[in-house]
Design a protein around this ligand. Structure first.
Ligand code: TYD
Ligand code: MG
Length: 455
């Protein structure tokens, strides 16, 4: 007799589903991530789906020309940095995931958005499964006055939140957090892949059918992804990550997916006594606290979306105590560091094999852009030779395997950002020189190879 299967094994990291337990996930390669969870049969789900017939009535076919775009399709969140990451404001009826480590400030950010959007007369429901109403009030009191258009509920049953939302029909619904919510149709524990998937499905229906913008707050697991992460990411319209060192004041909001705009914009915030403050001049804050007359410290420029951002690169090269040199990169790509060290060994003749090398991008930002290469090389050599780099020098350019310095995008903007912050000299790829017009505001030094750096 065939046994009816009503449980399945789900990878808690990527959501891969199998009928048998597996040691290693074929989807993401993680070990020991499979957990048995009940599965919902579609029949069962349908019978519990109160919205089914209502939804079917609303559905009709459209043509591109018949679709009308409303003027008010985007509303401002009241925080310019958040609007920028979202591509110019909150799109009506979109589903937005805000991920980040616990304690980084996700609830605070959302509450501030609620505060400014409700002050313009729009209704918001904030459903918290994490905190009691009095805990939310304590936090809200630090942030300032809240309008009565913000309605709160402390509830983990998403079906209840769903009916409350349909009844009140607010502009925005905030779910804090998706991992604490459960739906009655799934018997798995909150936070499990099937629950998160079901809960996101309910939110998606609220967003797409009723035009309510839904913000989902999601916690990041130790691997650096939101639990049930890939399950969630493909279902939502925008994925924003809130990063930074939760002990330091600065936070970076990064868009990793955006159906309505570019994804490489960042927003910079500062956490203070009264919540998050926008940082309008991120280059200035990235360079604040720069040591004077210290070797191994160099200022470089990366592009974050459309904005140039000056960052301080710090390198520390010291003698190896054991036979095997240690390398470490914080905020930059580890493999890139190894590659650049190899270039220095081979093309410049720097003997780094007996030295440990540590690299750090100050300010807690992560940069993957190759335009930082020349800065990293300069910092490494500066620390190796113990020679201080001019404090009013900025460096950018990509370094190739033959030690050649290659052109990078937007040289003009990078140079102007350096000029704006009072830098006097820029070392840049020779090939980029002709596309830069500095108007004599700043001295430009074009280099063709790392050997031109005058080590
Ligand atoms: P929170 O928004 O609760 O983080 P998350 O929802 O991501 O877990 O933020 C918690 C931290 O922020 C906590 O350590 C206290 C700090 N904080 C401030 O420093 N200033 C403030 O005004 C507020 C509201 C919080
Ligand atoms: Mg929170």
């Amino acid at each position: 007799m065939a046994v009816k299967r009503n449980t399945a094994y789900f990878c808690q990291n990527c959501g891969y589903e199998t009928s048998k337990w597996l040691g290693q996930c074929p989807g993401c390669g993680e070990w020991n991530t499979f957990v048995e969870e009940p599965v919902v049969s579609s029949k069962e789900a349908k019978s519990k789906d109160s919205l089914g017939s209502e939804m079917r009535k609303r559905v009709k076919l459209s043509t591109i020309s018949s679709i009308k775009l409303e003027q008010s399709d985007r509303i401002s969140s009241g925080l310019k940095e958040l609007d920028r990451v979202l591509g110019g404001g909150i799109v009506k009826g979109s589903l937005i995931l805000v991920g980040g480590d616990p304690g980084i400030g996700k609830s605070t950010l959302m509450l501030q958005v609620c505060r400014s959007v409700t002050s313009k007369g729009k209704d918001i429901i904030y459903a918290s499964g994490e905190e009691s109403l009095s805990q939310i009030k304590l936090r809200a009191e630090r942030l300032g006055f809240f309008s009565d258009s913000l309605k709160l509920v402390s509830e983990t049953n998403l079906n209840i939140v769903e009916s409350l939302t349909i009844e009140a029909n607010p502009s925005i619904l905030v779910i804090d957090s998706i991992q604490t919510m459960y739906s009655e149709t799934v018997s798995a524990a909150p936070g499990s892949v099937s629950q998160v998937r079901e809960a996101t499905g309910i939110c998606m229906r609220l967003a797409k059918t009723f035009g309510i913008t839904v913000f989902l707050i999601g916690h990041v697991t130790k691997e650096g992804a939101v639990a049930g992460p890939r399950v969630l990411e493909h279902m939502v319209d925008c994925v924003l990550y809130f990063e930074g060192d939760s002990k330091g004041p600065y936070r970076i909001l990064r868009g990793v997916k955006n159906r309505f705009g570019s994804t490489d914009e960042i927003g910079v915030f500062e956490m203070g006594e009264k919540g998050l403050k926008e940082v309008e001049n991120p280059s200035e804050f990235m360079l604040s606290g720069r040591p004077e007359n210290a070797s191994g410290s160099v200022v470089a420029c990366c592009m974050e979306g459309t904005r140039p951002l000056l960052v301080e690169i710090q390198a520390l090269v010291s003698d190896t105590n054991f036979g095997f040199p240690k390398r470490q990169a914080t905020g930059a790509d580890f493999n890139r560091l190894n590659l650049l060290i190899a270039v220095l060994e081979k093309r410049v003749g720097l003997r780094m094999s007996g030295s440990d090398a540590y690299l750090n991008i100050a300010g807690g930002i992560k940069v993957a852009e190759t335009a930082l290469d020349l800065g990293i090389v300069t910092a490494l050599v500066s620390s190796f030779r113990n020679k201080v780099v001019d404090k009013d020098l900025m460096v950018f350019g990509e370094v190739g395997l033959s030690g050649e310095v290659r052109a990078v995008s937007s040289p003009q903007q990078r140079v102007m950002e350096a000029a704006r912050l009072g830098f006097k000299k820029v070392i840049l790829p020779y090939a980029s020189l002709k596309s830069v017009n500095a108007d004599g505001k700043i001295r430009l030094i074009g280099v063709k190879s790392v050997n031109d750096l005058n080590f």
